[in-house]
Ligand binder design. Structure first.
Ligand SMILES: [Fe+2]
Length: 382
């Protein structure tokens, strides 16, 4: 069967070029064979693969292809034939991405903070989806109307995913105490940081709930770590490269705990997009590498530090009782100004939720409420 005008078999059948609705993508024959969406290849109930993909012939070829309505029919050299929905194929082959594709990067000029209402997100799936989309695009969202009770945020966490328990428990106090096991629990100002880079996995989202904030000072500071990373790349590509390539180590110890994890300060995904930042001056313990390597690293880290503490990149806010921040701990750096208890009590509560459950909830709601949206990052590129 000859290929239609919109599909071309190339390289003796090892590659196929598909064009539809102004889009064009190349697919490997072996990829098409292993992803064949038929009952002989995938279990119809679970969608999980039945055949052993690693044992498919490495030289498998597409022998015939044609487009029929919105489907692509394929025959392979191993005798298999299948049909793909064109939309599914294009969804699996996203266009070449920019380094921060689909994200709204921001700095101190951010005019209005992304916001959500607790009761609406709790009761209405569309409102919950809007909150999760804002969280994905901006890296944080400020939620109003949270009950001013110790675990007031818990019902909304339950709508998204399990609370991540750590050695500190579930929802924990963030307030000044005499026997602090972490600098968070003092009145000190905290430099911009990401939380707990010594864990594996690192907590994905920080939920920070304000019960009272009458102390003098104690403003929250937020910096978009992806914006800072892009500034670093513009100003000194060699510094950016160094921080993406050399992993550092982070460690937390106390009488009953010894946590350690490693990773670069700026992490890219397989497509070269920004995937995560790590920064924790308090807990970083880089190994004693070769001095020349460390010289490069320290210069790059100092440059990055100057960016994440630059007032031009920093948003300040002071949470009021009943307000909450949800922050992407893989993107945002957060800190606080010092506070003095003479002015009154400062009592916040904090919990963690992992990335997989949050992303799952967003995708499921998106499929239900915005089925035309693709599974890839959506929206404007900054
Ligand atoms: Fe923190």
């Amino acid at each position: 069967m000859p290929p239609s005008a919109d599909v071309v078999i190339k390289d003796d059948g090892r590659r196929l070029t598909l064009g539809a609705a102004g889009r064009e993508r190349d697919f490997a024959a072996l990829w098409l064979r292993e992803r064949a969406p038929d009952a002989a290849t995938l279990d119809p109930q679970t969608g999980q693969r039945l055949i052993e993909a690693a044992l498919l012939p490495l030289d498998i070829a597409v022998t015939a292809a044609h487009i029929d309505a919105a489907a692509l029919e394929l025959h392979f050299s191993d005798g298999h034939h299948t049909r793909f929905s064109l939309d599914t194929l294009f969804a699996d082959a996203p266009p070449p991405a920019s380094v921060a594709d689909g994200l709204a990067l921001w700095d101190a000029t951010l005019e209005s903070l992304p916001g959500a209402d607790f009761a609406a997100a709790l009761d209405d799936d569309a409102a919950l989806l809007a909150m999760l989309e804002d969280l994905e695009r901006h890296g944080f969202v400020k939620v109003a109307g949270v009950p001013v009770s110790e675990d007031g945020m818990q019902p909304l966490i339950d709508r998204i995913g399990p609370l991540r328990r750590t050695n500190w428990g579930g929802i924990a106090d963030v307030k000044s105490v005499a026997e602090a096991y972490d600098l968070t629990m003092t009145q000190r100002g905290l430099e911009p940081h990401t939380d707990n880079p010594y864990r594996d996995p690192i907590p994905g989202y920080i939920w920070l709930h304000c019960l009272s904030n009458a102390a003098d000072g104690g403003d929250s500071t937020l910096v978009d770590g992806f914006m800072a990373a892009l500034r670093l790349r513009e100003e000194a590509p060699e510094h950016f490269a160094c921080l993406t390539e050399l992993p550092s180590t982070f460690r937390y110890t106390d009488a009953t705990t010894d946590l350690e994890s490693e990773g670069p300060l700026i992490e890219l995904d397989g497509d070269g997009r920004l995937a995560r930042v790590r920064y924790s001056n308090r807990t970083e313990r880089i190994p004693a590498h070769d001095p020349e390597l460390l010289t490069r690293y320290y210069a790059a880290r100092q440059h990055f530090y100057r960016l994440i503490t630059d007032p031009a990149l920093t948003v300040h806010l002071k949470l009021a009782p009943g307000e909450m921040l949800i922050m992407d701990n893989y993107r945002l750096l957060h800190g606080r100004t010092p506070f003095q208890l003479e002015g009154g009590v400062r009592h916040l509560r904090q919990g963690y939720v992992d990335r997989d459950s949050t992303a799952s909830r967003r995708r499921v709601l998106r499929a239900r409420h915005a089925p035309d949206a693709s599974v890839t990052r959506q929206g404007a590129t900054s």
